[in-house]
Structure formats: C-alpha cells, structure tokens
Write a protein that binds this ligand. Structure first.
Ligand SMILES: C[S@@+](CC[C@H](N)C(=O)[O-])C[C@H]1O[C@@H](n2cnc3c(N)ncnc32)[C@H](O)[C@@H]1O
Length: 284
C-alpha cells in the first residue's frame, strides 16, 4: 500500500474505539444533518433501490435502516467496521459490509441507485480525489445520485494567529467539542493551498511552541484543559492522520466534472456548516 494510503485511510484503525468519544460536530453528523440525509434518502429510495455507503457512519446507517433500504457499506478498516457496529442504535437486516478500498474494489459498474458518504473526499490523497469521484460515477446507474456532506476550508482564515485562537478559547468550557473545534481552527490556520493538507503534525508544531515541560500553563485553567485534550488525542493518538482540504468552490468544481448539483444544504445546528455543507449531486 502507498505511503499516502497509510496517512489518509489507515490511521482510522488506531482510533476506532475512541471515535465515539472524540469525534463531535462538525467531524460528526449533527442532528439536523442526520435529518436532512434521511429526508433526501426518503425522497429518492425505497426497498427496490440499491444504496452504497462509503464508510460506516452510524447516523446514515440508522436512517437507511429506518427506510428499510438495501445497503452495501464499504470501508477499508475492519476496526472501524466493528467499532461503528457497536455504537449503532438500529441494525439493518438488509445491510452488507465490504471490507475494501473505495478506490480499488470489487463493486460492479452501474449497480447502485444512490451513493452516499459523509466527508469522504478529504479522506483520500489529493491525487486520488478524482479517482474516487470516477469510482462513484462508475458504480452508479444512469441518473444515479451522490449524496454527501463536504468538508473544506474557508478562503478567509477566521483567526490570524495562535494568540487570537487562544484568547477566543480561553472562555470556552473544556470538553471534547471545544477540543475538536480548537484543533480544526489550528488546521485552518496552518492550511496551505499549495499542498492542500490538513495534518495534525502542523498543529502539533504550533502547540509545541507554547507547551512547557509540564504541559500548558496559561492563566485560564479551562484553556489549559482544552489544550491538553487537543494534545493527548489529536496531536498524539491521531497525529499520523492527514486530510486533504479544498476551498468550497474548488470542491464544487471537482464534483461538477461528473455531476450536476441538485441541492445544497447548510445545517442550522452546526456552527461550521458553511464549510461542511451537504450536497445532492446527479450524475451527468
Ligand atoms: C467516511 S469517513 C469520514 C468520517 C465521518 N464524518 C464520520 O463521522 O465517521 C471515515 C471512514 O472512512 C473510512 N475510509 C477512509 N479511507 C477509505 C478508503 N480509501 N476506502 C475505504 N474506506 C475508507 C475509514 O476507515 C473511516 O471508517
């Protein structure tokens, strides 16, 4: 397997059992987003339709189970498959799971009515993004739909430097939500459109500069707690993981090579919904 795969897909296996704790919005589907996935699916599926889910995202699988859909989930990490099985609230008797790669798999051409996946493009290398979209198109039937929430970075960075971020987060409650938002803001701050990478190694370097031998020592205890959570999980346990991020207009252009945009939705309960909107895409 290529080194890129080792950084984009493989790190999930090491944190599978921690996903349910550390992954909060916007990395995780919000209630409103879950409802929108379900609403869109109920408009385009019934028990005669074949659905492909890229990954094993529980919120989407639960909606598919309620709609009694025939589902194939495809995920490369068996650790994620079993961890997501254990948090699933509704099991789907019409679901099968394929432990394979989205980009290189045994799925037949023209075999699905809908392909759905949450934030999938950032989980493959920049070079493989087009290959993934080609695969989605290959397995879709004519007129098939691709439903996905995207995950991109804003063209204008909301914070100019780490000090501004520290000030903002010094008044936040320390919890998994604020820790995830802090590390996402660090990724956005460190983002360079030349390499398109959302690493955790760049945030780690930024934190190393403000971390003493005994940890963080700011006046705000809440801030110190947030920083320790960011350090322990995102900068140690998930530090090998690399995402690829585009600007929203760039990501739309990638989709438009293969699809027409039917509808876009920004959730009302996700503060980051302008960089994580949802799309229904129709095959050209
Ligand atoms: C769908 S993504 C995005 C995370 C999503 N927002 C969530 O809440 O789970 C995460 C999943 O993609 C899987 N994955 C990443 N790259 C893959 C690839 N190339 N082929 C198959 N599965 C992959 C990972 O194992 C992980 O279970």
């Amino acid at each position: 397997m290529s080194e890129k795969f080792e950084k984009t897909a493989a790190p999930w296996k090491d944190i599978a059992d921690m996903w349910n704790t550390y992954f909060t919005q916007p990395s995780r589907v919000s209630k409103d987003e879950s409802n929108k996935y379900k609403e869109w699916l109920s408009n385009c599926t019934d028990s005669s339709k074949e659905i492909l889910l890229l990954g094993v995202t529980p919120e989407i699988r639960e909606s598919l189970a309620e709609l009694k859909c025939n589902v194939t989930c495809i995920d490369i990490n068996k650790e994620m498959i079993s961890a997501m099985d254990s948090v699933l609230k509704i099991k789907n008797p019409n679901e099968k799971i394929l432990n394979e790669n989205w980009i290189n798999n045994s799925l037949s051409d023209n075999s699905f009515d809908v392909v759905i996946g949450d934030a999938v493009l950032p989980n493959v290398s920049w070079e493989d993004r087009e290959k993934l979209l080609f695969e989605v198109k290959r397995v879709l039937k004519p007129n098939g739909l691709f439903i996905t929430r995207i995950f991109c970075v804003p063209r204008e960075k909301p914070f100019k430097n780490v000090d501004e971020l520290l000030k903002k987060f010094s008044t936040r409650e320390p919890n998994y939500q604020s820790a995830l938002e802090f590390v996402l803001e660090l990724q956005i701050l460190a983002y360079d459109p030349k390499d398109h990478l959302g690493t955790f190694s760049k945030p780690k370097k930024m934190l190393e500069e403000i971390r003493g031998e005994n940890g963080f020592d700011f006046d705000s205890d809440n801030l110190n707690k947030i920083l320790e959570m960011v350090w322990d999980f995102w900068c140690v346990k998930f530090v090998e993981k690399v995402y690829t991020y585009a600007y929203r207009d760039e990501e739309e252009t990638e989709y438009e090579n293969y699809f027409e945009i039917d509808e876009i939705y920004e959730a009302i309960d996700n503060d980051y919904s302008s960089i994580t909107p949802m799309y229904i895409l129709r095959m050209k």
